[in-house]
Design a binder for this molecule. Sequence first.
Ligand code: C2E
Ligand code: MG
Ligand code: MG
Ligand code: MG
Length: 292
Amino acid sequence: SIKGQYGKYFATYDDALRGKLLRQQAITDNMESALAGGQFEVYLQPKYRIADERLAGAEALVRWNHPEWGLQLPGEFIPLFEKNGFITKLDQYIWDRACAILRDWDDRGLPPISISVNVSRADIYNADLADILTHTVEKYGLPPSRLHLEITESAYTENPSQIILTVSRLRELGFIIEMDDFGSGYSSLNMLNEMPIDVLKLDMKFIQNETAKPQSQGALRFIMALARWMHLDVVAEGVETRSQLERLREIGCDYVQGYYFAKPMPCGEFQELLKKQEEIAALELEEAWKSK
Ligand code: C2E
Ligand code: MG
Ligand code: MG
Ligand code: MG
């Protein structure tokens, strides 16, 4: 019988589903105390300028240090928090931490680079978003331009008129707006033209597909031309190899982020990188001076 034949499959399916639901319940049961207990931590992934291969910024990516589960990546818990609404609270916490980090760097005399934070699609519908962000940068005495706001491409297509209003307001206030995951398959070029944005952040899959075929980088070249015409900076995400980097350099891409340079890292480690780069820059300046 069919039941006999597939009985085992059904049992496995039920177990897997049950396991997933239990896991989601456990995450939900733990999230509030995790936030209160400081278990969420900002990791920073370096962003490099292609022209000189220097550190030019960072993206803040949340990690969850659970005392029993260990270090948890956002791929599992962020989608759940977007469904249950907790993301709004968590994002505000991450934005606050990112600004605290920038304040600390400034106080130590480190270079005034910017941090890009992720803004969930759920945050866009929060009427207080602009006030919250403004209050956060002001609390740390930072200009809004030090905080870049990454909003995923699919959020733009969900509700274009709402997002144009919100994002225009944020931009007027001085925040830098980045369209995240661009090229993952949603936006029409027509819409892009109307979007009040400053930076295009190319999706990892797009980069990996397009740079895999050196003879036909048509789409990448086209996007670069469009970005130039719109006066947008372009960041390529998910760059893992030297040859990908070189192809991006060839077509005039501005910045890269990816495992080729560095994975997301704890804030202290990132700060060491930043310090080291300052020291190298100072040495180079001295050399140039001497050889005059
Ligand atoms: P995203 O904003 O597109 O971030 C880029 C993701 O790509 C990060 O994954 C990063 O670690 C990964 N990545 C960077 N370079 C490479 C590479 O060369 N190779 C590969 N294979 N991966 C690379 P992560 O940290 O796991 O974050 C996943 C997603 O979770 C993020 O995608 C973002 O959508 C969301 N997320 C992370 N932190 C936050 C947050 O604080 N708030 C919100 N709302 N979402 C967040
Ligand atoms: Mg992002
Ligand atoms: Mg994203
Ligand atoms: Mg992205």
